[in-house]
Design a protein around this ligand. Structure first.
Ligand code: CO8
Length: 372
């Protein structure tokens, strides 16, 4: 049976940080660090840290702003990470709250009640806790039925979850599947490293997936196909995990937050992503030129520039490949879904579109849709 996307929702965190604010706090941290370690730096035992700059950030990434769950902690040069108080076990968790907000908005668009949902996929680059699954909590907070489970494929978590949801609906195990992507990237970003401190932002996206025959929404996007691929790489890595205690390592070590070989990622992932999209479209009998819109992963404007030039010769940031990372930064798995959420209203019945993520793993996921 035909499967359709019937609604999307977007949760916007309470705070935003401009590049200027970010750089000011970072440079204050650098000055303090260098002053505190002046003797070691002079003796060659410690490398001095360098300032960041607004010009570099904009030129290297296209990012101008990011939303975060807590601004004060991030911009405190004595702290440099968000302050998000722990909650009691009988309160809804932060990720669940974000997911419920985005899910309710998606339900509203789809003309559904939260109680219609019978499958919940919580898909994100990091989960707030080990267990119970976040998805079970989100299911309870929404008053949804059925089942829920968590998935992590880093930046491709959303597209990989869409394939699971589409298959569940197609084979009849779910009638109304919800994919949510609560990304609290600010909690696993290393804000003290100038190579990456500007890259990420927080958000939550939601997507509702149903059989075409029972959908009640006026707007429907038929899922023509999904294609997933992974290829192991250590170039984006985070070693935080439940084994840290046994390793006698601790969470303040540099390898317990996000780190990457940005240049290598850029070079290796661009050709993979372009070839993946082209092959997936070809499998369904379409040329890239037949596509009305590409909602690409939002990691770096230059990266999307290369991918879209290779595919159709257009510019990223144009109508065919909208950019949202100037406002939202890289939101891990949610980026391509934000682009889909914000930039689809003008497409007409019959138009083709591609949602595509790429990132750590490496992982690439594409979803080809047609507006009904
Ligand atoms: N300010 C000023 N100068 C800087 C700064 C800064 N902030 N940072 C670096 N520089 C300097 C460098 O030190 C270097 O100096 P030198 O030439 O003297 O060595 C120079 O600027 C150039 O640095 P780079 O080569 O690093 O600069 P690039 O032009 O390559 O840009 C980017 C860096 C922006 C990181 C770029 O390489 C990039 O975007 N690459 C792609 C990365 C990518 O897409 N990664 C995907 C990650 S997302 C993902 O998969 C999800 C992971 C899970 C989420 C984690 C959430 C926390």
């Amino acid at each position: 049976r035909d499967v359709v996307i019937t609604g999307t929702g977007l949760y916007q965190p309470p705070h935003q940080i401009s590049n200027a604010e970010l750089v000011e706090a970072f440079n204050a941290y650098v000055d303090r660090f260098n002053a505190e370690h002046a003797a070691d730096i002079a003796a060659g035992r410690q490398e001095a840290l360098s300032h960041s700059s607004v010009e570099f950030i904009e030129k290297a990434s296209g990012i101008k702003n990011r939303y975060v769950m807590d601004k004060a902690g991030v911009l405190d040069p004595m702290r440099m990470y968000p302050r998000i108080p722990a909650r009691a076990d009988d309160q809804w968790s932060v990720m669940a709250e974000m997911a419920v907000d985005a899910a309710k908005k998606a339900c509203e668009q789809a003309g559904r009640a939260a109680s219609d949902i019978d499958a919940v996929y919580c898909a994100a680059a990091n989960m707030q806790r080990a267990y119970p699954a976040m998805a079970c909590e989100i299911q309870a907070a929404l008053g949804a039925k059925g089942y829920g489970f968590d998935m992590n494929v880093a930046c491709s978590s959303a597209t990989f979850a869409i394939e699971q949801a589409v298959n569940a609906v197609r084979c009849g195990s779910a009638q109304c599947a919800l994919v949510v992507n609560p990304e609290i990237t600010s909690a696993h970003l290393e804000w003290r490293d100038r190579d990456c401190h500007f890259i990420f932002g927080d958000v939550c996206t939601a997507i509702l997936i149903e059989p075409a025959e029972s959908a009640v929404s006026t707007e429907r996007w038929t899922v023509l196909g999904t294609q997933l691929a992974t290829q192991y790489s250590n170039n984006i890595r985070n070693n935080f995990g439940f084994m840290n205690r046994c390793e006698d390592s601790n969470w303040t070590e540099r390898d317990k937050t996000f780190r990457q070989e940005g240049r290598k990622v850029f070079k290796e992932v661009v050709p993979l992503a372009a070839a993946h999209i082209e092959a997936h479209l070809g499998k369904l009998g379409f040329a890239p030129q037949a596509v009305g819109r590409f909602w690409l992963h939002q990691a770096n404007q230059g990266m999307n520039q290369f991918v879209i030039k290779k595919l159709v010769g257009a510019d990223a940031g144009s109508a065919v490949a909208p950019i949202i990372l100037d406002e939202w930064a890289n939101t891990a798995s949610a980026g391509s879904i934000i682009a889909f959420h914000e930039h689809r209203a003008d497409l007409k019945s019959g138009d083709l579109g591609v949602i595509c993520s790429f990132g750590a793993g490496y992982s690439i996921g594409s979803v080809i849709v047609r507006k009904q």
